[in-house]
Design a binder for this molecule. Structure first.
Ligand SMILES: [Zn+2]
Length: 269
């Protein structure tokens, strides 16, 4: 009888070890766990957005069981958050909200994630994937950039420098909160900024400043705003009266403006 090829032996050993680790171990044994009807809403989730990131799911099993739900990085498979649902009932519509924070309470980064559900101590099943964004582009509509005159650090009259980045857009185009947070200032400055709003970013060191709005901001001081929430409209109030309508946008860290352009390019992607 010919000897079994080594590669086949290896394959059989691997297969045997896989089946041993698959469903059927521990608490799951004989329960017949079957994940069903999974759906993640909203389709394009953001951190601190107007809609919570929610996994809808159900499962089949012969009795209530403890479930483990994992949020993990789609590429590296690094688990960022784990939930345990005790005595979950088969056949029910269930849901789990994820607030976008990792185990230590920090904001999980931008990128692709996947959710997995399984019986506690048993094999996990994929329940869906999504891309998380921690910011959105502040202009919700067609827009361009103004080039050199609008760049961060460009010289201004009286020895000032340009502390933001200018984004051209049709007058009246909707502006949205790049990141949820709280409105720190909202007002009118006739000399420089016209109608403006400053938002203190939620769980972020960054503040976001919007100037030259066509009219008063759509939000008031101290108001809580969510990522993507409308905050005003593009205009040319203040010292922008002789320019096309545009948003003067600043990102400030500890009150100091930093170059917002690389961030804006990321958020625009
Ligand atoms: Zn500007």
């Amino acid at each position: 009888m010919p000897a079994r090829p080594a590669i086949l032996t290896l394959a059989l050993v691997l297969l045997a070890s896989l089946t041993a680790a698959a469903p059927g171990s521990g608490a799951e044994r004989g329960v017949g766990f079957d994940l069903r009807r999974t759906k993640i809403t909203p389709k394009h989730p953001t951190f601190d957005g107007r809609r919570e990131i929610r996994l809808h799911y159900g499962f089949g099993a012969s009795r209530p069981i403890d479930l483990r739900i994992e949020v993990r990085r789609a590429r590296s498979h690094r688990v960022v958050r784990v939930y345990r649902e005790r005595d979950a009932r088969p056949g029910r519509r269930l849901a789990r909200v994820w607030n976008g924070l990792d185990r230590r309470g920090r904001v999980a980064g931008d990128g692709r994630y996947e959710l997995r559900v399984g019986p506690a101590g048993g094999a996990m099943r994929p329940a869906g994937r999504f891309r998380l964004r921690t910011h959105v582009f502040p202009v919700a509509g067609r827009h361009g950039t103004r080039g050199a005159i609008g760049d961060f650090g460009a010289p201004r009259s009286g020895g000032r420098v340009h502390e933001g980045f200018d984004i051209t857009a049709g007058c009246g185009t909707r502006l949205v909160a790049a990141r949820g947070g709280r409105v720190e200032k909202a007002g009118f400055d006739p000399v420089l900024y016209g109608n403006y709003v400053l938002i203190d970013g939620r769980r972020s060191r960054q503040d976001y400043f919007y100037a030259h709005l066509i009219e008063r901001p759509a939000v008031d001081r101290h108001e809580r705003v969510r990522t993507g929430q409308p905050v005003g409209r593009v205009g040319r109030t203040g010292n922008a009266a002789s320019t096309p309508c545009h948003l003067h946008f600043e990102v400030r860290i500890g009150g100091h403006p930093v170059d917002p352009e690389p961030r804006l390019r990321d958020w625009n992607g």
